[in-house]
Every structure is written in structure tokens, then in C-alpha cells.
Design a protein around this ligand. Structure first.
Ligand code: SAM
Ligand code: DTB
Ligand code: SF4
Length: 330
């Protein structure tokens, strides 16, 4: 039985283990539930960029950030499907569409539903991240065949109000419940490296690992510091607040041990992460990444660099049928 009754003390004790012991345990759990050499690949597309009324301190798409990012309208369905076809061609098995919204408006839903249907018809898994959802909107997405909904808790419940003031941690949980009840797979994780304490990282993993059912997918992002955002500027002024690589790997390992069946995704922040740190993350149980040279609005490592890394580590792509550049690098 998968445990959902982890205590904060147990999670703190995992974080405290000698590094070798922690990674060994994470790798052992990983092998019991997943193929150790397989990594699932998802591709992101920002279908509606910028101009978001929320004040998430890490995000360059917030109207409260001074980043000069140009706001756009919701993309055309056809253009979205073209981008999905390209992602499939590049070997990705899941297409994740993100919108800079507090929540979708009902008038946006028909286009969103068409995007889900179209991407599914191409034989790819679909994921959407659109902000808060009502029960009705979640049911509409489920009806359209949406496979995953991404909605992050981002940090510990105690820290949440320091990072975002325009919504509450509880509202996040409400949407997650609507998504679950609609029968859509849950993708939920957060960001480390926002100047939080070890205790916050414990609280963050604890909140995920004690959900009534673990998210099928847990993205662990390292903050991408963007100038003009509260947290990007904070990090530029206090470089020591940057998360230590080993502490990042510890967070991945504790996520793997406490949520054995979930896919743990090494998400934002890979562009500035060394090959060695990423290799440690894969050893610690990460088994999914975002492909391509763009996340939503910021850079990602790109397929060539990933192909070289996978060849070096002997990792293979899980799922998806398309041809892939990864084989070319071998
Ligand atoms: N607006 C929707 C929402 O917030 O739920 C969906 C899009 S939002 C950009 C998706 C997630 O991206 C956030 O929850 C956060 O975890 C992550 N994210 C945003 N900006 C980031 C950054 N600068 N560094 C790392 N992760 C980031
Ligand atoms: C998640 O946890 N990370 C992805 C996805 N879910 C939507 C987004 C990362 C965004 C990084 C900043 C950007 O590129 O805009
Ligand atoms: Fe808006 Fe999402 Fe960015 Fe927050 S993370 S400002 S909700 S786009």
C-alpha cells in the first residue's frame, strides 16, 4: 500500500540522511516501481502568455513583474496543433499547454477543448495548466479527454503567503480536488531555490505526499531567476540564496521515496544545471523531463544537449512512437 500518512519528522529525517544513503534508498524505491533507465519526455507550449493578474513572486508572466514580457491572446487552435506535431516528431510523448491565467473564462473553454481533442487525435498525451478550475470546467476537460492537469502547490503551506498573495494554498487544493474528482491525472509539484528553508522543503514534500492520492506526476522546478520578478531580483541581490545542487538532489530523492509510484519530473532550471547534477537527479529517482529549447517563456536545454546527456548516461526515452534525435547521438 502506498503511504499517504508521512509525518514531517519522517520526511525531515530522510532529508538528514547521509547523501549516499539517501540516494541509495531513493534508487532502490525507484527500481521497485520504474524502469531505471527510462525517462519520459513532455513538451511545453505557452498558449497564452503574460498579463496574468496573479502576483506569484517567481513568475515573469505576472502583471506585477517588470520584465517587459509581451502579453498575447490565446493562440489559434491550428497553430497549437502544429506545435504539437513538431513536439511529437521530436520524440515527446506528452504535450503540455500553459496559459497565464488566474482561471479560464467560460468563453475560452471551447477553444481549449478543441486543443485537447486535436492533440489527442495525434496520438499524444495531453496536459493543460490554466490556473484554478471550477468543478464544471474540470468535467469539461475530462470530457474532452484531457490526460493530465498541472497545478502546483509550489512551496510549503507556511511559505505560500510570502510568495503569492492573490490566492491561498487552500484554493490550490480545491482545484486539485476538482481535477481528481473529474478523473483527470494530477500533475502537482513546486519550485525549490526560492530562498526557502530546509523546513519549507520538508513542508512542501509533506503536503504532496499526504494528499489523499499522490499526484501521478510531480514536477520539481529549480527557480529560473528572471530580472524584474520579486524572487529573481532577490536572488540577484543575495547569490547565497541560490539552492545548493546537493540539496536539490536531496529534494528529488525524498520526493521519490515518499511518492514511489509518481513520475518525478526534473523541470525548470535544467538549463543552468550541470550534467553531473542532472545525473544525480536521475539516480535519485527523477524519470521525466521537459524537452526542447523553451519551457513556457524561458530557455530550456534543447534536444541536442539532452541527446548527448542521455547517450552519456545510457538513458532511453519512455513512451511515444515518433522518431527522435536521441538515437542520432549514439
Ligand atoms: N497560470 C497557471 C498556474 O499558475 O497555475 C499555469 C502556468 S504557471 C507558469 C505553471 C508553473 O510554472 C507554476 O506553478 C510554477 O511552479 C512554474 N514556474 C513559473 N515560473 C517559474 C520560474 N521562474 N522558475 C521555476 N518555475 C516556474
Ligand atoms: C511546471 O511545474 N513547470 C513547467 C510546467 N509545470 C507548466 C513550467 C515552468 C515554467 C518556467 C518559467 C517559464 O518558462 O515561463
Ligand atoms: Fe499567473 Fe501562473 Fe505566473 Fe502565477 S505562475 S503569475 S498564476 S502565470
Amino acid at each position: 500500500m502506498t503511504r499517504t500518512d508521512w509525518t514531517r519528522d519522517e520526511i525531515a529525517a530522510l532529508f538528514d540522511l547521509p547523501f549516499g544513503e539517501l540516494v541509495f534508498r531513493a534508487q532502490t524505491v525507484h527500481r521497485e516501481h520504474h524502469a531505471p533507465d527510462q525517462v519520459q519526455m513532455s513538451t511545453l507550449l505557452s498558449i497564452k502568455t503574460g498579463g496574468c493578474p496573479e502576483d506569484c513572486g517567481y513568475c515573469n508572466q505576472s502583471v506585477h513583474a517588470e520584465t517587459g514580457l509581451k502579453a498575447t491572446k490565446l493562440m489559434d487552435v491550428r497553430a497549437v496543433l502544429q506545435a504539437a506535431a513538431q513536439a511529437k516528431d521530436n520524440g515527446s510523448s506528452r504535450f503540455c499547454m500553459g496559459a497565464a491565467w488566474r482561471n479560464p473564462k467560460d468563453r475560452d473553454m471551447p477553444a481549449i477543448v478543441e486543443m485537447v481533442r486535436g492533440v489527442r487525435q495525434m496520438g499524444m498525451e495531453t496536459c493543460m495548466t490554466l490556473g484554478m478550475l471550477t468543478e464544471k470546467q474540470a468535467a469539461m476537460l475530462a470530457d474532452a479527454g484531457l490526460d493530465y492537469y498541472n497545478h502546483n502547490i509550489d512551496t510549503s503551506p507556511e511559505r505560500y503567503g510570502d510568495v503569492i498573495t492573490t490566492r491561498s494554498f487552500e484554493e490550490r487544493l480545491d482545484t486539485l480536488e476538482h481535477v481528481r474528482e473529474a478523473g483527470i491525472n494530477v500533475c502537482c509539484g513546486g519550485i525549490v531555490g526560492m530562498g526557502e528553508t530546509r523546513g519549507d522543503r520538508v513542508g512542501f514534500i509533506h503536503a504532496l505526499a499526504t494528499l489523499p492520492r499522490h499526484p501521478e506526476s510531480v514536477p520539481v522546478n529549480a527557480l529560473v531567476p528572471v530580472k524584474g520578478t520579486v524572487l529573481g531580483d532577490m536572488l540577484a541581490d543575495t547569490p547565497l540564496a541560490k539552492i545548493d545542487d546537493i540539496e536539490f538532489v536531496r529534494t528529488v530523492a525524498v520526493a521519490r521515496i515518499t511518492m514511489p509510484e509518481s513520475m518525478v519530473r526534473l523541470s525548470a532550471g535544467r538549463e543552468s544545471m550541470s550534467d553531473s547534477t542532472q545525473a544525480l537527479c536521475f539516480m535519485a529517482g527523477a524519470n521525466s523531463i521537459f524537452t526542447g529549447d523553451r519551457l513556457l517563456t524561458t530557455g530550456n536545454r534543447g534536444d541536442d544537449a539532452d541527446a548527448a546527456l542521455f547517450a552519456k548516461l545510457g538513458l532511453t526515452r519512455a513512451g511515444g512512437e515518433a522518431k527522435i534525435a536521441f538515437e542520432a547521438a549514439e
